[in-house]
Write a protein that binds this ligand. Structure first.
Ligand code: 5GP
Length: 119
């Protein structure tokens, strides 16, 4: 693990508009961008504005926020036309989980058949 409580991750810089990235959705709690290295035709990242390095740092106070992340991902799946074909929601945690950016985020990947486990 690294960057505990860091407000200097790439996602914080994007949130502060220090690095340009198109926001597909934004409200007081979270924002959504396209993944720079998409794993499928649709690959969005739902990112909370509150600093939360990993799923390990979640508390009961974050329950509504995490629920909203999933609901917004669902809405964007519908907007992007993959609701019926299906999509994958993934939250990587820590090194073995493949997490590379230590600010919580939910991947929404769709638009092609996805195999499990991933290669
Ligand atoms: P993780 O591996 O931590 O679950 O996911 C981090 C994701 O952030 C990766 O899929 C990676 O492609 C994406 N990413 C890393 N840097 C940037 C960036 O500068 N802009 C965008 N839009 N995505 C990024």
């Amino acid at each position: 693990m690294s960057d505990d409580d860091s407000e200097d991750t790439i996602f914080h810089k994007i949130m502060r508009k220090e690095i340009s990235s198109k926001f597909l959705y934004e409200d007081d709690d979270l924002f959504v961008i396209r993944d720079i290295t998409p794993a499928g035709p649709i690959h969005l990242l739902v990112i909370p504005k509150k600093t939360i390095p990993t799923a390990n740092a979640l508390t009961p106070a974050d329950d509504a926020l995490v629920g909203k992340m999933v609901r917004v991902a669902r809405d964007l799946a519908e907007e992007n036309g993959v609701s019926e074909s299906g999509y994958r929601l993934v939250m990587n945690c820590g090194e073995d989980g493949g997490q590379t950016v230590y600010q919580l985020h939910l991947h929404m990947i769709g638009g092609r058949g996805l195999h499990w486990p991933p290669g």
